[in-house]
Write a protein that binds this ligand. Sequence first.
Ligand SMILES: Cc1ncc(COP(=O)(O)O)c(C=O)c1O
Length: 437
Amino acid sequence: MNPLAEELNRQIESQSPDAYALLSARGRALYFPKGILSQTAEAREKAHRFNATIGEATEGDGPMALPSVLSHIQGIAPADALRYAPAAGKPELRRVWREKQLEENPAMRDCKFGNPIVTSAITHGLSLVGDLFLDPGDRILLPDKLWGNYRLIYEVRLGARIDTFNTYTESGFDVAALREALANGPEKTMLLLNFPNNPTGYMPTRDEVLGMRDAVLEAAEAGKRVLVVTDDAYFGLIYEDEAIKESPFGLLSGIHPRVLTVKLDGATKELFVWGLRCGFLTYGAPPAVDADVLLNALEKKIMGAIRGGVSNSPQLSQSLVLAALQSDQVGAEREEKFNILKSRAQKVREVVYREKYSPSWDVYPFNAGYFMCIRVKGVDAEDLRIHLLERYGVGLISIGKTDIRVAFSCLEEVDVEPLFEVVHETIRELQAREARS
Ligand SMILES: Cc1ncc(COP(=O)(O)O)c(C=O)c1O
């Protein structure tokens, strides 16, 4: 084991033996190298005559650049567009994102959490978490309505094992199912909570989040170690008053020495910049001897995982996101887009529960995000999807045998009613065919 990794392990274990126990073998071996990076950082401060340390090409005071690239980038300085960003991200962006998190998540003000670390969006953050904490065979616990990519990230790439529990009761989130799944599980669980949810578009109530917290706390008190990861990809897109407006992260952080939390959020969906690939990974500290030492050591391990994977996240994307966050207009602009999505969600609510559709589907609870899901009756969801696509040119997503996901985020409001009408007609057609055969 590299001595730098040993030193980080020592720091983590001395502050929180449970956080140390949650690390995977790979997580224990990770460290952030001093070599070239720290020598470059030292030279940046002290090399007044010649600085020949950086793995970039320079000319004059700036990076070497091609006009055919730079001519397309306006309002961002060449260095902020083209140079490598630090492994943990641009310091100013990290500071501004942290302020945003605090402003939008009141419960985070009461907990000790690290500086957000920039990732190449949330998918990358999810896989970094796996790198640090999952050994083959480790258990990830999720509600059974889940984003399919978790299987690739954790099962296929890392050999971990996804376990699910029932997501909804008649009235909302199934807290009892979560409690039971935690209580009956192994010593170590990574609990992955994604709200607003993909595929259902559900955001829990505050009471449901407090129920989740109690369930995690009970498991920890019974001796289990729980890594709670919140995937907040659709943060902020919450359309109904009964749903909690903030991430569950703050309410689940700092609750017990055996519970470590990680928040994954990002500009991808919050600022409508999917392809810029800019996200953040933030640790919430368990009660620890010195939380700063613990958070700093965990941050260094993530930086090592970034360095050994993508090296660093795109500078231009980070500069664009920072510029947007610092603009006076960004709040109003986000609100305008939010209102468009909210009207679409409300239109869906107005249409989808109509009595005449009850022979065709049930509706999973939804109040947030991009999506909603129906459970279709008397037809196979994949047959329905193919029929809709080939016969009527309508593209939806089928999940399993019964569920159809509708992304109302990319439907104009006027298209909502005709869409559900054609889905209903097609279900009737397929039901009739089934009855004849
Ligand atoms: C639940 C969930 N998490 C994460 C992501 C990926 O987000 P990003 O584009 O930031 O990697 C998605 C995107 O579809 C998602 O639905």
